[in-house]
Design a protein around this ligand. Structure first.
Ligand code: XMP
Length: 496
């Protein structure tokens, strides 16, 4: 029988700071390494990065910016299911081949109605009954009207009517539709079912063609629409998932603080039984937890208990697992099912370590919360420094707004501040500008790491990478600069 100490205290757990990748012989030019990775067996990422399902990190704007650069955002669920589905739809409509179910109006709608849509989309298909697959009667673009009398003037007076539109039919390929756009020199091809019914099936937009050239590395589905994920909890997951799937979501994350629990396992099983959709389950930090979620049907497993920048789970509950060890343990248990290392990424080197340990992707919250695209409020301090708010989904504020079920606490809709036990804090991070610039540095660091280790691809890197464990407490000190910083480096903020 093992001694009590061996049974009670399992083993040494290591954080990213406790290990370093070992440099190996290399013929690799870091600029030439390929960082594409599999999120699930079906979904490929061009860069191995997800954004966290947090209400100060991922809404449509950040998810679009991330997918344009090859990653994938997970829309948070601190919204009604309808609003969350609309955020998903915004991403799916952003850059598309065929935009199915575009926003439409009827000829009787007013110019004021049109203006609301034209703020986001330049052209509005007009259908007889205003529905997104009604009989097509025209197209209204923002250039077709002024605002003489926006509340009484109706669209029928201003729209281009059916006979003057560029029309094609269901079954046309994307290449053919693009060719029609080029030849017609118009902004949109409208796809209908047939000449008799003229039901609107989808549209193809010139602006999307242009975006395809601008962002050759974007993460897209088979219809050339940007990919996006969304979180669900363990309570209203079925209805929510139904709406998200209708909106075109690519992957659903059953997002909880403790994935190795009955209701998470049941939710995954139930979703897999009822929908044909990729599911990520989490969070776990152990072999048993990983195996349980895979057995339930998860297509990928998310790992991390307590490493996040705003997390207090380890402090408040005493529960957690140092992230590097947790990732390694779960990778070993997962076999060919991808692992996502969630939380604790402080620098690009941590991404390299997570992938080198075998994760297929990392999930990032804090490092993205300060970007222009993140939804958090901008905070300007008395000494004129600019920050953005970043809060844990287990913070009181976020739980009051709906995320309490992530921590198996009060039912949303019945908020009672005194009955919540916080597992996160509400804070702020420096504002750091556009996501794209920041991503360039993060991916640049990963590529350099792969160069040091002589790996051309993520798969090769995962297999080849080995680590050196530093003496506890020493690695971090030796690795960081130890002089006063005169000028900030883009990938090493002064606050550290
Ligand atoms: P980073 O380090 O990237 O971590 O900021 C983001 C991840 O942290 C998790 N998360 C929380 N964990 N209390 C926690 O213990 C919280 O309030 C909280 N909010 C988010 C989550 O997994 C996220 O992706």
């Amino acid at each position: 029988m093992a001694k009590l100490i061996e049974r009670k205290i399992e083993k040494l757990g290591l954080t990213y700071d406790d290990i370093l990748l070992r440099a190996e012989y290399s013929e690799m030019d870091p600029a030439k390494v390929n960082v594409a990775s599999n999120l699930t067996k079906k979904i490929k990422l061009k860069i191995p990065i997800l954004s966290a399902a947090m209400d100060t990190v991922t809404e449509a704007k950040l998810a679009i910016a991330l997918a344009l650069d090859g990653g994938l955002g997970i829309i948070h669920k601190n919204y009604s299911a309808e609003r969350q589905a609309e955020e998903v739809a915004l991403v799916k409509r952003f850059e598309s081949g065929f935009v199915e179910k575009p926003l439409t109006l009827s000829p009787a709608n007013t110019l004021r109605d049109a203006r609301e849509i034209n703020k986001k989309y330049s052209g509005i298909p007009i259908t007889k009954d205003g529905s997104s697959n009604g009989r097509l009667v025209g197209l209204l673009t923002s250039k077709d009207y002024y605002f003489d009398d926006p509340d009484t003037d109706t669209i029928d007076k201003y729209m281009t009517t059916f006979d003057d539109l560029v029309i094609d039919y269901e079954g046309i390929t994307l290449e053919q539709a693009n060719q029609r756009l080029k030849e017609s020199k118009k902004g949109k091809v409208l796809i209908i079912d047939n000449d008799k019914d003229r039901r609107l099936m989808s549209i193809v937009c010139r602006r999307d063609l242009e975006k395809n050239y601008d962002y050759p590395n974007s993460c897209k589905d088979e219809n050339k629409r940007l990919r996006v994920g969304a979180a669900v909890g363990v309570r209203d997951y079925k209805d929510r998932a139904g709406l998200l799937i209708k909106a075109g979501v690519d992957v659903i994350v059953v997002d909880t603080a403790h994935g190795h629990s009955k209701n998470v396992i049941d939710a995954i099983k139930d979703l897999k039984k009822n929908f044909d959709i990729n599911i990520i389950g989490g969070n776990v930090a152990t072999k048993d937890g990983t195996e349980a979620l895979i057995e339930a049907g998860a297509d990928a497993v998310k790992v991390g208990i307590g490493p996040g920048a705003i997390c207090t789970t380890r402090i408040v509950t005493g529960v957690g697992s140092p992230q590097a060890s947790a990732v390694l343990e779960c990778v070993e248990a997962a076999g060919d099912i991808p692992i996502i290392a969630d939380g604790g990424i402080k620098y690009s080197g941590d991404i390299a370590k997570a992938i080198g340990l075998g994760a297929n992707a990392v999930m990032i919250g804090g490092l993205f919360a300060g970007t222009n695209e993140a939804p958090g409020e901008t905070v300007i301090t008395e000494d004129h420094r600019v920050y953005k708010s970043y809060r844990g989904m287990g913070s009181i504020g976020a739980m009051m707004d709906g995320s309490a079920d992530r921590y198996f606490q009060t039912i949303p809709g019945e908020p009672n501040v005194k009955k919540l036990v916080a597992e996160g804090i509400e804070g702020m991070v420096p504002a750091i500008g556009p996501l794209a610039d920041h991503l360039y540095q993060l991916i640049g660091g990963l590529k350099q790491a792969m160069g040091y280790c002589g790996a051309k691809t993520i798969d090769e890197f995962q297999k080849k990478a080995t680590f050196i464990q530093a003496m506890p407490g020493t690695a971090s000190h030796e690795s960081h600069p130890r002089v006063d910083i005169l000028k900030d480096a883009p990938n090493y903020p002064r606050r550290t």
